[in-house]
Design a protein around this ligand. Sequence first.
Ligand SMILES: [Zn+2]
Length: 297
Amino acid sequence: MEYIEPSPFLAAWHQAMIIGAIIMIAAGILIYLVYNLRLSSIKSLHARYDFINTKEIENYKLVFYCFGIAAALIINRYGMDKLKDVEVWFFARLIIAIAGGTLVGYVGYLVLEYYYPSVVHKKLLKCRYTPRVASNGAKMRLLSEEEEDVHLDLGMQAEENIFSIDYDVWIEEKSGEVKIEKYAGHLQALQCNSCGFYTMKVLREEVTKPATPEGPGELVKYYQCSYCKSNRATAYNISNKQSADDYRHQKYKFKSNNDVDSVKIEVHSTIKGKKHYEFQNVEEAQRFLSEFDFDKS
Ligand SMILES: [Zn+2]
C-alpha cells in the first residue's frame, strides 16, 4: 500500500484531534482526582455528607462528558491513513464522531442519574450515622425520637417555598454535650417504591399545622420520582424545639444501635402459618425471641 500524503489542513486536523483527546482524558481524570482529594480533606462527617450530596454526581457527570468529547475526537482520526483531502468521508466521519461522543456522554449521564444515586445513598447513610465524637473523646449517641421530626427555621413558615430541615441530635450522656446537625431533606434522593431507583426527591412541602410551644405541627412532603414519575406524600411532625437547650433538658431515648432502624421478625409454623413482629432495636427483638412461644403469642 502506497503512502498517501495528506493535505496540510488534514495533517493539522488529525494532530489537533489526538492532542485534544489527550487533553480531554487528562481533564476527566483531573476532575475525578480533585473531587476525591477535596472530599478526603473534609474531616467533619456532616460536611462530607453535604459535599457528597451536592457535588459527587455533578462532578462525575463532568468526567463522562470529558471522556465523551475525547471519544468524538479519537473517532475523527479513523481511516486517516487513506484520506488525502477533505471529501465525503471526512464529513461522514465527523457526524459519526459527534454521535459516538454523545453516546458516551449520554450513557454516563444515565448511569449517574438513575443507577449511581443508590451508591451515593449508602455513602450518605455512613456519613450521617457514624457515631460522632464528643470533645471529651467519648462516643456520642443519636437521639431516636427526633428522627421523624422536621424543623423549620424561624420565619420560614411564612415563605411560599419552604424546605424543612432534618435535625440529628447527638448527645454525650456524661457531660451532657449536645451536637445538632442540620440536613436539607429535600436534596437527598430516596428510594422510589415503584421503580426501586434512588430517584425520589421532595417536590414541594406544605405546612398543614404550624408548630406551637404547646406541641408539634405537621408538614406534608410531596415527593416525585425523576425516573418513573410516581408520586408520594408523607406527613411529618414539625418539632417545636428551637435550640440545643430544649434537647438538654429532656428525657432521652437512645437508639441502641446506630445502624438499625427497626427489626422485623417473621415466624413460620407449618401448622399455624406465619406471624409478623416489628421492633425498634435488636435488644427488644432478642428479649422477644427468648420468651417466644408460638401458641401464647
Ligand atoms: Zn420511580
